[in-house]
Design a protein around this ligand. Sequence first.
Ligand code: GTP
Ligand code: MG
Length: 249
Amino acid sequence: MEEKVFKTADTEESYRRTQTEEFVENLTDFVLQQQLYRAAIKEMRTKLEILDEAFQVRYDHNPIHHIEYRLKSPKSIFGKLRKKGLPITTESIWDNLTDVAGVRVICNYIDDVYRVAELLLKQDDITLVRVRNYIDYPKENGYRSLHLIVSVPIFLAEKTEHVNVEVQIRTIAMDFWASLEHQLKYKAQDDVSQELRKRLKNCADSIAALDIEMQSIHKELQNARSKPDENDVLPDPEGIGETKTASGT
Ligand code: GTP
Ligand code: MG
């Protein structure tokens, strides 16, 4: 009888130890995975910053206004897996979630959005996993943005991991609308009325028209700038040959 009691306590202790070991192992895997996603965000930010700088030097224009990024919180990760009825494991996160690492690129003009996407996807180590063009095909509520899921290699000591990153590229105007719409939806808690939805959609359409107009103004100003200014043209002293601009270019 005494021996039996001992055995049960022993089994319980060993069970608890196995549970603890398993928990620590899972936690370590999760922390390592988070580190990979963080590294992928860093990599993408650097790539985008380099693209922006190179573009500035070459064309005297910054396509990127600013960059935002976020690592999905453990609470959101587990909430999403649970909602989709998927297993709560690091493998499941890896296989099923594409937005753990998120980078948002806010551009000045619509052309910049496509330029940034094109230059990014041209890079040898970037693989396009999925694209959703909500600019050419806006969502019913008026949401506009270009969404790319890309895979980026992260070089570790013993292996290379290809990590998915969600890249949302949009203009300042599109971002302004999306941020406010998100806030309003979040604040409303319950369903937003049909009337307010319609007004939000109208705002989205006005903003889209504004983007097109701003793009057009920017293009005209650029064209005007690339033509030599009449006042810069020096008269040809001999009255023949080529005219020269004041700057000599
Ligand atoms: P999620 O499960 O929400 O991540 O969506 P998804 O996997 O179907 O991807 P999708 O590309 O449609 O949207 C991903 C992200 O885009 C969202 O998490 C939001 O950040 C943003 N987004 C998509 N639709 C809307 C929208 O209607 N309003 C706002 N404000 N943001 C949106
Ligand atoms: Mg998401």
